[in-house]
Design a protein around this ligand. Sequence first.
Ligand SMILES: *Cc1c(COP(=O)(O)O)cnc(C)c1O
Length: 429
Amino acid sequence: MAEEFGQGTKCVQGGYRPGNGEPRQVPIVQSTTFKYETSEAMGRLFDLEDSGYFYTRLQNPTNDAVAAKIAELEGGTAAMLTSSGQAANFFALFNICENGSHIVASSSIYGGTFNLIAVTMAKMGITATFVEPDCSEEELNAAFQENTRAVFGETIANPALTVLDIEKFAKAAHAHGVPLIVDNTFPTPVNCQPIKWGADIVTHSTTKYMDGHGAGVGGAIVDSGNFDWMANAEKYPGLCQPDDSYHGIVYAEKFGKEGAFITKATSQLMRDFGSIQSPQNAFLLNLGLESLHVRMARHVENGQAMAEYLSKHPKIERVSYPGLESDPFYPLAQKYLPKGGCGVVSFEIKGGRAAAEAFMKELKIAAIETHVADARTCCLNPATSTHRQMTDEQLAAAGIPAGLVRLSCGLEDAADLIADVERALEAVS
Ligand SMILES: *Cc1c(COP(=O)(O)O)cnc(C)c1O
């Protein structure tokens, strides 16, 4: 869809353009395989000489239509869907890293991604240096090594709600000849387009706001088409040297800056690891995308109202929400998220773990869930759930006080959400 259309129009109509008499809604192509008249025609697909479908583990028309919409929303040249956000971040990194590579990553990222980089990828011989998201340019540059192949961060971190200075991270990455990968799950391209600020690759857990209804786990990777792999060919042999598993194709030569990254991730990683999103889930994801721009505005409105209410409450020690003027990340939010960030607010209740438990037990609208970014408001106390194996001292050291509650404001009426929280706080002694 042409660049001049707004994000709302792209949310509704991007990616899929039916011809005369074709279905108005993206069809679910519920087929594992595709039929050909000659072996020669299929052979051309295997050689990547023609584009087309042959097996849904690699590509499926439903997924491609939805991926194309996400590419348009992010302002990228190519995109792919994956089975989860975890698969998206793994593929984005592993597409350009191998045994002996090194990653520079913000320390303020989703726990699953931290584990992926710090533990699981370390077992593959890929090491990492973590930097604070608000580190100085000197500290950031000092984290690079001769074998660094990627820089990684989250636009708004889950759950810390820090805001990434995308331009600063992109500048450092490019000065060292490597791309910046940004996980844009929380703001979505409705509230921030990291590519406009210099990010090269954008990833998503579509499980969150993009789906928005808690219906399907999924992920996406978008390529900006801006990073010049060939100019840094010695760093990226997988893109710039012949691929033996594809008759010596050189991806960066054959598909250019615009197509090499996603073609390689599809034809190698999806082929070998097989983490495709099911076409059924891609269809549900597309329904979510059709209202993303309308929903994000309401999530932000509810998150902002909740953060302001909580910041004045005597039983609340501290509120993190980059839309609050008192928040240390407010200036970066003003720059990168002028329409607001997301509906997730985190706050610390006075009285620690017991107070948080008592508070959450009293909530009637907000449900206790290991989830965020849903139409229905939900909450979590890390100390008694995801981080329950840690002592209060360990929690404090990790920046997760025992009384911390992560509240994901849904699409309900703000007045009802605030009344629910008010009543529950009254029950806390
Ligand atoms: C949830 C999440 C992930 C992981 O996504 P899944 O779809 O659960 O695999 C990655 N990054 C961020 C920022 C997330 O919030």
